[in-house]
Design a protein around this ligand. Structure first.
Ligand code: ADP
Ligand code: MG
Length: 463
């Protein structure tokens, strides 16, 4: 009895610390807007890097020809080829291959990582059939989606600022990522030109805009999280180059690194951060994205085991293993609709080697998943509100509603249904009924790959 009361006290305290009442979310959104201004004002002016992407035109639908894309940003990378049909032709044909990145390559050397990627790309090109046609005499062209913070110097070059999401390859930091890839392709004897280097958010924005002209921003909720949006070039004081003809510039916010005193951080989050590969960085990412949600739940379960003998007299050893509880497993438990929560029971057994759990215990596990997912989803919604505020799209002006579409992508958004529902409902709650009608959240399925191919086309060397 004493144990159970202690366990409940720990859960209750955690729940309170994770609280995200509307007022708090509005403060988070306001802080996001403030940081956006600061990051646009000067280099290093904010935790939000607000990176200039050199994308000043989004796809028009006139893009034509065969283009490739390579999407590197998490545990998998994907290569694709896309045959674009030009005006009204749309997407004629596409093929892709997905390969997982061997974990040792995520913390090895730059040359090893890029050799591997270029090798897989060369295989993909070698397997090409007759239904993809490159005009004679033309070099293959690639849009490279690279979902880490990069300081770009042009549409097709840029230096890696730092790694995130479990990558840690020291000798790549500060290097031109396109040059690294190009050298690796040369070593493979692969004749391909990188025409565009884009963040996955920028690719998703481009892909989303291609199918819907009202898309003004893109958000990724996957292993990590980030957002990009279309800014007025005039509103970027740190940009000293020529103003683009379009008057617009896509900004890669790198919002995963957002931090504010209004964020509801718990001791579990602080410990997770301190023990991470990048302490002090990517705090927003560490409480809302797929790489970390399951790990936060594990940490609370560990505390329950240690301080309230939640799983009996001994602490299940597996519970001590960092990142053993992955977010897809957390989401499977959260979605368990069986009366006896048998999915939860099976996951606890297969992953943590805790058998014969009572229903009472399983209910608490689901509750923890709910607390962690709800906090993440509501904060993601607050971040989106921050962007809408920055653009003045969070209100109805002169009785006229301006349609705004946010393109969303990423495995977390795609598969974690409770998270997604909560995020979408929270956005409605924050915007109010009237404004909500003009704001849409749309799944931009695989926008980042197709978007990169589209941007490679619009920045082709043969333009
Ligand atoms: P990445 O972000 O690595 O480019 P994805 O967009 O495919 O790749 O996202 C993969 C991430 O999505 C995984 O790391 C995981 O955190 C999350 N995810 C995948 N499947 C699920 C699921 N069924 N439930 C919850 N989260 C999931
Ligand atoms: Mg991705």
């Amino acid at each position: 009895c004493g144990r159970w009361a202690r366990a409940m006290a720990i859960v209750k305290e955690f729940e309170e610390k994770c609280g995200t009442p509307t007022g708090k979310l509005k403060q988070v959104a306001d802080a996001m807007t403030v940081e956006m201004h600061a990051g646009l004002a000067s280099e290093g002016g904010s935790k939000l890097k607000m990176l200039i992407t050199f994308v000043d035109n989004l796809p028009t639908g006139n893009e034509e020809g065969l283009f490739y894309a390579l999407d590197l940003g998490g545990t998998n990378f994907r290569v694709l080829r896309v045959q674009l049909g030009g005006k009204d032709g749309g997407l004629v044909n596409q093929e892709f291959a997905e390969v997982s990145i061997p974990p040792n390559l995520m913390i090895g050397t730059s040359e090893e990582l890029f050799n591997y990627i270029a090798g897989e790309l060369a295989k993909f090109v070698a397997q090409e059939g007759q239904d993809f046609q490159l005009p004679p005499g033309r070099q293959r062209e690639l849009g490279f989606t690279f979902s880490f913070p990069v300081m770009q110097s042009s549409i097709a070059s840029g230096n890696l600022i730092r790694w995130t999401k479990g990558f840690s390859i020291d000798d790549a930091v500060g290097q031109d990522i396109v040059a690294e890839l190009t050298r690796a392709m040369e070593r493979q004897g692969l004749d391909m030109h990188v025409s565009a280097l884009v963040n996955d958010t920028v690719g998703t924005l481009a892909g989303g805009r291609h199918s819907n002209q009202d898309v003004i921003a893109a958000v990724i909720l996957g292993t990590g999280t980030n957002a990009a949006y279309v800014e007025r070039a005039q509103a970027i004081p740190k940009w000293h180059g020529l103003l683009p003809q379009s008057g617009e510039m896509v900004i890669n916010m790198e919002w995963g690194n957002f931090r504010s005193s209004h964020l509801p951080l718990t001791d579990y989050d602080l410990a997770l951060d301190a023990e991470s590969l990048n302490p002090g960085e990517q705090i927003f990412e560490k409480i809302i994205s797929g790489m970390y949600l399951g790990e936060i739940v594990r940490r609370v379960l560990c505390k329950l085991a240690e301080e309230a003998s939640f799983f009996g007299d001994t602490i299940p050893p597996k519970l001590k293993v960092p990142f053993i509880l992955r977010t897809p497993d957390m989401s499977a438990m959260h979605h368990d609709s069986s009366a006896d929560l048998c999915v939860v029971g099976n996951k606890l057994k297969s992953i943590l080697e805790i058998s014969d759990t009572s229903l009472k215990v399983r209910v608490v596990v689901v509750e923890l998943c709910n607390i962690v997912a709800t906090r993440g989803a509501r904060l993601a919604a607050a971040g989106i509100l921050g962007i809408l505020k920055k653009l003045g799209r969070d209100t109805i002006r002169d009785g006229e509603s301006q349609r705004s579409v946010i393109g969303m992508d990423g495995g977390l958004y795609e598969h974690y249904i409770e998270y997604r529902k909560c995020m979408e409902n929270t956005l409605k709650e924050l915007l109010g009924e009237d404004v909500s009608e003009s704001i849409m959240v749309e799944h931009s399925n695989d926008g980042s790959g197709i978007g990169a191919a589209l941007l490679a086309a619009s920045h082709s060397q043969y333009r």
